[in-house]
Ligand binder design. Structure first.
Ligand code: ATP
Length: 232
């Protein structure tokens, strides 16, 4: 049984479906990328999995359990953590306060800092004073504090230098392997994603148009790029 199984998902905003009949799966310990041009429906798909946009049809199962009818907070409790594109951090909180709130007081966030040692010296610093890369680390660390079974990360590279972004991929790999969670990301940098992820779903026009392991997709990348992905 897959960790996440999405079948026939149709979701969108108001009365307008944006993604149609989307199917995808994520296994435990696996890193999966959703690729596609701007407006292909990647963000909407992730939001639908977390319960943050309206789902009209389809099934979303986590560990075999249907979660598609649950409100977002219940899905979070069931093990889904979402790092949104804008990171949604509170600028006036410090790093320690951000992680302390996420860890819920009793639990320690210490193990999370093993993955992001650069945050160790920044405990007293306010979010507003962090660099973009540090903010992204904090957003990921905050999500990990809740020990998710499924980590969803939207456009982690937005606004960051390629060198900074490439440092996050090995961390996500380690997280997936060591914590046994599934990780699904949206990534604009196709070649970077293909270097690190296990499996890829390509979206265009609100549908999944190609899926496969990274090994299967690599030889098709030129064809897929010109058909669906635009410039990398
Ligand atoms: P991007 O890389 O630009 O984020 P994406 O593949 O993530 O692209 P989505 O953000 O899911 O695509 O957007 C898919 C479609 O949904 C677009 O046509 C967009 O205009 C529309 N859309 C996105 N957000 C809303 C919203 N809040 N209300 C109505 N339509 C929206």
């Amino acid at each position: 049984m897959s960790l996440l199984e999405v079948k026939g998902l149709t979701a969108g905003y108001g009365s307008v479906p944006v993604v149609r009949d989307v199917g995808l799966s994520v296994e435990r310990g696996e890193l999966v990328a959703l690729l596609g041009a701007n407006g292909a429906g990647k963000t909407t798909t992730l939001l639908a999995i977390s319960g943050l946009v309206r789902t009209y049809q389809g099934e979303i199962r986590l560990d075999g359990r249907p979660v598609g009818g649950l409100p977002p907070a219940h899905r979070a409790r069931a093990g889904i953590q979402h790092v949104p594109e804008d990171r949604s951090l509170f600028p006036s909180l410090t790093v320690d306060e951000t992680l302390g709130l996420a860890a819920g007081g009793r639990r320690s966030a210490e193990w999370v800092l093993e993955y992001f040692p650069a945050l160790r010296g920044l405990g007293g610093r306010r979010v507003a004073a962090l660099s973009g890369g540090e903010q992204q680390m904090l957003a990921l660390a905050r999500a990990l504090c809740r020990d998710p079974s499924l980590l969803i990360v939207d456009e982690m590279s937005l606004g960051l230098a390629p060198l900074v972004v490439s440092a996050f991929f090995p961390v996500l790999r380690r997280v997936a392997a060591e914590r046994g969670c599934g990780v699904v990301i949206v990534e604009q940098h196709v070649h970077l994603a293909l270097r690190w992820v296990d499996r890829v779903h390509v979206m265009a026009g609100g549908r999944v148009v190609a899926s496969g392991t990274t090994g299967e997709m690599r030889p098709r990348i030129d064809e897929l790029t010109s058909a669906y992905l635009g410039e990398d």
